[in-house]
Design a protein around this ligand. Structure first.
Ligand code: PRP
Ligand code: MG
Length: 212
């Protein structure tokens, strides 16, 4: 039997909400802990637990057919990947932040500054649009510590509750984009699997309606 292959985040904020979405869709997954792959018991679906940042490439290659992923990751690494549903959870912003003590006037204040980020493409595009030149330092996590250790003058990262910024004495000064979890589709998905996708989309729509 043909199964649709879905990628979801292995661990982190999206993981739990993605699994509850599938559950609310009536899809129950055999969840052996530490398994990177699992099957649904009552639906032709296979789950792959992957790192967020790797998911766009898996979709592009057609190794997975669909994914639940943050829009922000697609904007950074997968602008070529189609989104078929917005899922209404894991809402966040991708923002620029500076030390609280810094006087901030406008985006021009970033000229010549060093910005630490895990979202280099997003920041570069944003600054290019504004005609601002800055130096990017790409790091993969704990970005907010960078100004405190002298690695950078500012940061660009995800802001959800704002508590990480607060704890690190930073303030949000520019919101570059707003994001939420979405259902994304591989450009290589087969016709047969598209039919399974349609069923999932139908269920997602009713879940979203019920959640309102
Ligand atoms: C994420 C993100 C921000 C923080 C935002 O980091 O990179 O740092 O959450 O959430 P908040 O506004 O609610 O504080 P995470 O904790 O996932 O760790 P990482 O950056 O080391 O991957
Ligand atoms: Mg972080």
């Amino acid at each position: 039997m043909t199964k649709i292959r879905i990628a979801i985040q292995k661990s982190g904020r999206l993981n739990e909400d993605s699994l509850s979405m599938l559950k609310d869709c009536g899809i129950s997954i055999d969840n052996g802990k530490d398994q990177l792959k699992a099957n649904a018991r009552n639906f032709p679906l296979e789950v792959f637990y992957l790192r967020n940042g790797d998911i766009p490439q898996y979709l592009r290659d057609g190794v997975v057919d669909i994914a639940i992923i943050g829009e922000n990751v697609l904007i950074e690494k997968g602008e070529d990947i189609d989104v078929v549903e917005k899922l209404g959870f894991s809402k966040c912003k991708v923002s620029l932040a500076v030390p609280k003590a810094m006087k901030y006037g406008s985006i021009n204040d970033f000229e010549g500054k060093r910005i630490a980020t895990s979202y280099p493409n997003t920041v570069r595009n944003y600054l290019n649009e504004k005609g601002v030149k800055a130096e990017l330092h790409i790091i993969n996590g704990s970005v907010e510590i960078a100004p405190n250790i002298g690695l950078a003058d500012a940061i660009c990262d995800i802001v959800s509750s704002g508590s990480t910024l607060f704890k690190n004495n930073l303030k949000e000064v520019e919101v570059m984009l707003k994001s939420e979890a979405v259902l994304a589709v591989s450009p290589k998905i087969s016709e047969e699997r598209k039919k399974i996708l349609k069923k999932i989309q139908f269920r997602i729509k009713s879940v979203l309606q019920a959640r309102q």
